[in-house]
Design a protein around this ligand. Sequence first.
Ligand code: PLP
Length: 399
Amino acid sequence: MMKLSKKIIDIEPSSTVILGQKARELISSGKEVIQLGEGEPDFNTPDHIIEASYKAMKRGETKYTNVAGTQELRNEIKKYLKNEHQLIYQEDQIVVGNGGKQLIFNALLASIDPEDEVIIPTPYWVSYPQIVNFAGGKSILANCTESNDFKISPKLLEKLINKKTLWLILNSPGNPTGSVYSKQELHDLAIVLRNHTNVNIICDDIYSKIIYGNEKFFTLAEVAPDLIDRILIINGLSKAYAMTGWRIGYAAGNLSLIKAMIKLQGQSTTNASSVSQAAALAALTGDMKFLDDWNEKYRQRRDLTFNILKKSFPDFNIKPMGAFYHFINCEYYLGKNFKNKKIHNDMDFCKYLLEYFGISVVPGTAFGCNGYFRLCYAKSETDLQIACKKINQFVSLIK
Ligand SMILES: Cc1ncc(COP(=O)(O)O)c(C=O)c1O
């Protein structure tokens, strides 16, 4: 048998990716499945972005670029951060990579030494603890309660920080909860962070453009500019622009960290695809009106699914203010039976829902929070309506 490293054995595969694969297998075996598991918009990438990438290929932009990304794209990201968030970065403080995921991976690998701790508010995005683990660090899970809208409080943060704390990861709007940190909440967290200069902060802003109603997105660096050198901003094109397959993300932050991340990227994947970079440039410079239309659609879909599912889940109370997920409390059904089979936990709940009703969602356990499941509502209204009815039908059979 081929020897594998302890490092790779110790990390778990991405549960959302596995569930997506399982759903695709069922589809190819002829079963009808509505996929509300994976977090990606059903919209296609807008035409002007596709056209720009095609033109770039025709112009010969099919070669290696700078490892950190083309000058044009980094310059546009720089402008975007200034215009949207009043943040001043130099181009060499910005790196473009193969999705936000690679940049988080590179940042943690480039900074963590054994024993370093990373505070991760829970429920968390599935990859954070696994990447920390792979990098040799220790995840410190901060259990955030639904009563606090699943956000970390300054008190809990203060309690978890010690001399070994290297990073705090903030994700707003959050996956899987859709929670958004207000300006005041960020301000209050900054008060704690100011007292602990060893703590750096990853702000995973990947859903920053997907936000509803009067809620406004703030990133920590604009609320606490004095902390900017300890903050790494992660963002990308995947979610907002429906460009998950193009694999473009970016990071902005402390120059020495960004240089280290570029060094690592230069020895692994080199630049993100030149064609995708051209597409990203078009996305950031082109007409963005469609973002408002899409947000309005997401909002309608959020309300539609909330209203149907609320009838079946007595403890489903939070309407997310951003991103495109519901994080639904299903504890009421755990320990009960479906077709004489006991539903022991949220994983059983999701398994039966997929096997018997063809609906794929992700158990809360994957996000470090038992008794919940995550449902992505960035799907067509028709599919959402059918899926919610089936979920209600499923739970009506649980005794
Ligand atoms: C919270 C969060 N961060 C980062 C990512 C990475 O996205 P990408 O690598 O497609 O940019 C995702 C994608 O699911 C996410 O949900």
